[in-house]
Design a protein around this ligand. Structure first.
Ligand SMILES: [Zn+2]
Length: 516
């Protein structure tokens, strides 16, 4: 039987690529691949000449290649979307209203809620199981306090987990009558959360929720970090149905398994592909665990945490490289970047670096040809404490997007979601303004590191594609996949950078098919 051929002509104000800036009035796709782009008259003529060609008038004011978020966590994002947010509640009654509404709307097999803060609630006491048992009598519920160190289980969850056995532990709170209140602390809470973790089928539906959100925002491909091994089979079979392209990075612990399978060069297709593994070279600036070459300004003597020696990291890179697999290395501090660069040189492997938040001048030339994924939203989110950690002298070494690009590095943008929100226009806004409107000191100290709108859009499409080593995405010139995001405004025509945040994604096509 002959395979069905899908021919589509798309008409609109199209950006085929941002660097070089190429525009077209229309493009023609055959089976999801762009085969022609140019004047609408010419494409219309070609469409008329081909039988079965379908004409699509794009809504919105402009369109471009779908966004590529080169580093995020789909499971974490999906979990966040399915977690009841209690940060705004100011009383037990409000909390109960939220729980009731969430159960009605979502009907989750396990109720997971986060963010209540008794300091901001009228009752000024911890939430107990007696506050929610009548609302959630038939399934486990856990309501975690804003700090993450305290949480409340309902009676159902306590029975299921056998919490009674732990009576007497300081982490299991009882009231004045000696009755268990459902309030758990620290280890007991963490174990309970792990035990209540949804089964893989449930996680797949969370991933699907995350995929839907991303597609609604014009993101068509993601670099999916720390993929849980138990989801691998599901993802390989479901990504196409979800219509989001996924490039998978497993935890480094899976490297042995991949070696055992002997699968070379990763495996998958244009929808979903195993890229390699992800490994942590250090921690975070917020927690002062990012590895700096000199001590933290606000913690003299502390330089952060080195997770791996150069030798260990270079060994991982060599093993992955022998299988044709990629290694994504989380390196936030300049000390961790030193470890990364030394390991990369020693192994000769083409590993990529995640974050590169603090970069010294002497490191810039060594970034030539290195793939780097950066998160512009960090500029705005970290503004409250960044100077405290680094001090005035080193502040200018943070988030040097333009310098990193100028060094000859291959740069892609990302959100690290659920750490930052997934809306690409927030990230573009942050890259272009450097948080000037939010009073970020970085905007004043290093205004030269701001990107232009076309530069940011280029890095978010073609740049991210190069970080993911994917020649088929990130552009709409012929030979690329017809992944198209359609915008409410023309991003190159906005008069004020602040307006970038008001751009909405109005339609998304992946492989020429409508995905939003
Ligand atoms: Zn991450």
């Amino acid at each position: 039987m002959a395979q069905e051929v899908k021919v589509r002509a798309f008409f609109g104000n199209l950006y085929l690529s941002y660097q070089p800036l190429l525009k077209a009035g229309a493009l023609l796709s055959v089976n999801g691949l762009v085969v022609m782009a140019g004047e609408s008259k010419a494409v219309e003529g070609a469409c008329k000449a081909l039988s079965g060609c379908e004409e699509v008038d794009l809504p919105g004011r402009a369109a471009g290649p779908g966004f590529i978020d080169s580093h995020l966590h789909l499971t974490g994002l999906g979990l966040q979307l399915n977690t009841l947010d209690l940060r705004s509640v100011r009383s037990i009654a409000e909390l109960r209203d939220k729980v009731r509404a969430f159960l009605q709307e979502r009907n989750p097999p396990v109720l997971i809620a986060r963010g209540w803060d008794h300091e901001r609630m009228a009752e000024r006491r911890f939430v107990t199981r007696f506050d929610v048992d009548d609302l959630v009598p038939d399934r486990p519920a856990v309501l975690v306090r804003i700090c993450g160190h305290v949480g409340t289980l309902n009676t159902y969850a306590m029975r299921q987990l056998g919490i009674d056995r732990l009576r007497g532990s300081p982490d299991v709170v009882v009231d004045e009558r000696g009755e268990l209140t459902g309030v758990m602390r620290e280890d007991v809470l963490l174990k309970a959360l792990r035990a209540l973790e949804p089964p893989p089928e449930q996680y797949m539906s969370y991933v699907a929720d995350a995929a839907r959100l991303l597609l609604s925002q014009g993101v068509t491909t993601v670099g999916f970090m720390n993929v849980p091994l138990r989801l691998l089979t599901g993802l390989l079979s479901e990504a196409r149905r979800m219509m989001l392209r996924m490039r998978l990075y497993l935890d480094v612990g899976a490297l042995g398994l991949l070696e055992g399978l002997g699968l070379e060069g990763g495996f998958g297709n244009e929808w979903v592909k195993v890229m390699g593994v992800k490994v942590f070279a250090d921690g975070s600036l917020g927690a002062r665990t990012a590895l700096l070459s000199e001590p933290y300004e606000d913690a003299p003597g502390e330089r952060g945490k080195q997770n791996l020696s150069v030798e260990e990291l270079s060994n991982i890179m060599s093993r992955a490289s022998r299988l044709g697999l990629d290694v994504a290395v989380h390196a936030i501090g300049d000390g961790a970047l030193d470890v990364f660069l030394a390991a990369r040189a020693a192994s000769g492997a083409d590993a990529r670096v995640e974050h590169a938040s603090v970069v010294r001048d002497d490191q810039l030339p060594r970034l030539r040809g290195v793939r780097v994924s950066v998160q512009p939203m960090f500029v705005i989110e970290d503004r409250g404490w960044l100077k405290g950690r680094l001090g005035a002298r080193r502040l200018g070494l943070a988030y040097r997007f333009r310098s990193i690009v100028a060094s000859g590095a291959i740069v892609g943008l990302s959100t690290d979601a659920p750490v930052e929100p997934t809306d690409p226009w927030l990230t573009v806004y942050a890259a272009v303004t450097r948080g000037q409107g939010e009073g970020c000191e970085l905007a004043k100290v290093t205004p030269e590191e701001r990107l232009t709108v076309p530069e940011a859009l280029h890095l978010y499409t073609a740049g991210s594609a190069a970080v993911l080593k994917d020649p088929l995405i990130g552009s709409l010139t012929p030979g690329h996949l017809a992944d198209v995001a359609v915008f409410s405004q023309d991003p190159l025509e906005v008069s004020e950078p602040a307006d970038l945040r008001t751009i909405r994604n109005v339609a998304t096509f992946v492989g020429g098919e409508r995905a939003f």
